[in-house]
Ligand binder design. Structure first.
Ligand code: SF4
Ligand code: SF4
Length: 450
């Protein structure tokens, strides 16, 4: 009787704490600018199924992709076993689905066991690759400290989960063979039917029951710990890869977003009669030119920052990074997330100093928030200037993230709001303004067409 009560209390606490954290993440994503979701939903579903569920982009490199798939599928399917654990835990039953499902139950648990074994091998290989082989993309400057620990922690968690599964099932197999009370026959599970007797054969029933319960609780507690750990970890992508791929922009790669305010200005220059009257233009709300903080980025960019797996595939392909520049598209995504977390903490503190009557920010934000900092405290000018806008990072990302969009927004702010930027860009701007071309030529831009 005590176990179901303890289980229910632990479960409600774990889900309650997780709910607060996921609600906070949703609020943070919605701090961004509205952006319409265009394009057919069929294409979005296709993207989600192929890229998030099917891991399509991971298979550019087969070997790590297959090991990643083992961990991912094992993790997903283990949650089926978790449904039974939840029902058993709350009702005090033991393997409640075994009898009604019969042979299918044996097949399902055996399948999960084989995947768990493959996931165990993959986890050891990933730990070795990260810590012994020193793959360069895992050891860039932005991966020092917490990001490096975070990557290892989830792998240790995965090992604990697998230990839980095999302790639980292995001891159960031996108890079943002894005819212990309450341990009904489930058929032989693919791995634990031989692993159980190998590890626990010869132990008495009391010890086996302790091992079985230990495995059961370890499984439950590791899953609850994952649930609460994900919101502070890069592994949030396990959940957010699905919405992120669904909501990813469907526009052709490299197509830049037009700025309607600038378009209006240019149209007015070309045709002054069509220009809005001064009262009309005063009534319009202050436009946002580019972005200096998370409030000015689209909610899609903020969702992407939480989805970033910190895998570094973008940085490994970035020509600026490869040629020794400071720019790393992965760091751009990590910085946006870190800044979002800082803003989130300050908002939650409800300290009035973060909501002054007259915010000093150059661009408005919907909360009137001002902590005297912005994204440029995380991302240097040197980084954003180094981008060649080649889109290699966008192409490389396995979960359809677009770091380039954020870089362009920061550059737009720097140029349009601060009127600054590298001095060697100025001749280009002057030429564009005076001769509508990148080169200072007096020949009309469309002269080649004559
Ligand atoms: S678009 Fe910019 S950040 Fe992305 S790969 Fe190219 S140079 Fe690097
Ligand atoms: S942006 Fe994409 S490719 Fe780059 S680190 Fe994040 S998940 Fe990996």
């Amino acid at each position: 009787m005590i176990q179901p009560i303890v289980f229910i209390v632990v479960t409600i606490t774990a889900f309650g704490l997780a709910f607060v954290q996921y609600k906070r993440i949703r609020r943070n994503v919605l701090l961004g600018q509205d952006e319409a979701i265009e394009g057919p939903s069929s294409e979005r579903w296709r993207n989600m199924l192929l890229v998030a569920f099917g891991q399509k982009k991971m298979f550019k490199n087969w070997i790590p992709a297959i090991f990643h798939l083992f961990i991912y599928v094992a993790f997903l399917l283990t949650q089926i076993e978790l449904i039974e654990i939840l029902v058993d835990g709350a009702t005090g039953h033991h393997r409640i689905f075994a009898e009604p499902l019969g042979g299918f139950y044996t097949f399902l648990i055996s399948f999960i066991e084989i995947l768990s074994l493959l996931a165990f091998v993959a986890t050891i290989i990933f730990l070795a690759r990260r810590n012994l082989l020193k793959v360069p993309r895992f050891h860039k400057p932005e991966m020092k400290g917490w990001p490096f620990k975070d990557a290892n922690l989830i792998l240790y968690g995965e090992i604990l989960l697998i230990i839980g599964i095999f302790s639980m099932n292995g001891a159960d197999m031996v108890l079943q063979s002894m005819g212990a009370e309450g341990y009904h026959q489930t058929g032989a599970f693919a791995v634990s039917s031989w692993l159980g007797p190998t590890l626990f054969g010869g132990l008495d029933a009391g010890t086996l029951m302790v091992i079985e319960r230990f495995g059961w609780w370890l499984h439950v507690l590791v899953v609850y710990a994952f649930l609460n750990y994900l919101p502070i970890s890069k592994h949030l992508h396990i959940l957010l890869a699905f919405p992120n791929t669904y909501f990813a922009r469907l526009t052709p790669r490299g197509q830049m977003k037009n700025m309607p305010e600038i378009q209006k200005e240019v149209a007015a220059m070309m045709n002054p009669e069509a220009a809005p009257s001064s009262t009309e233009s005063q009534e319009e709300t202050m436009p946002v030119f580019g972005a200096s903080d998370v409030f000015h980025l689209s909610w899609r960019d903020l969702l992407a920052a939480y989805t970033c797996t910190e895998c570094g595939r973008c940085t490994a392909e970035c020509p600026a990074n490869i040629t020794g520049k400071k720019l790393s598209p992965r760091k751009i995504m990590m910085d946006v997330r870190d800044r979002m977390e800082e803003v989130s903490k300050n908002i939650d503190s409800k300290d009035p100093k973060f909501f002054p009557e007259s915010p000093q920010t150059m661009l408005p934000n919907k909360l009137g928030y001002d902590d005297g900092k912005n994204l440029f405290d995380y991302i240097s000018r040197e980084e954003i200037h180094a981008c060649t806008t080649c889109n290699a990072c966008v192409e490389a990302c396995p979960v359809l993230i677009n770091p380039l969009d954020i870089i362009l927004q920061l550059r737009r702010y720097e140029i349009l709001v601060e009127s600054s930027g590298p001095s060697d860009w100025l001749p280009l701007f002057n030429s564009l303004e005076n001769s509508q071309s990148a080169w200072a030529m007096s020949t009309p831009r469309d002269a080649w067409n004559q």
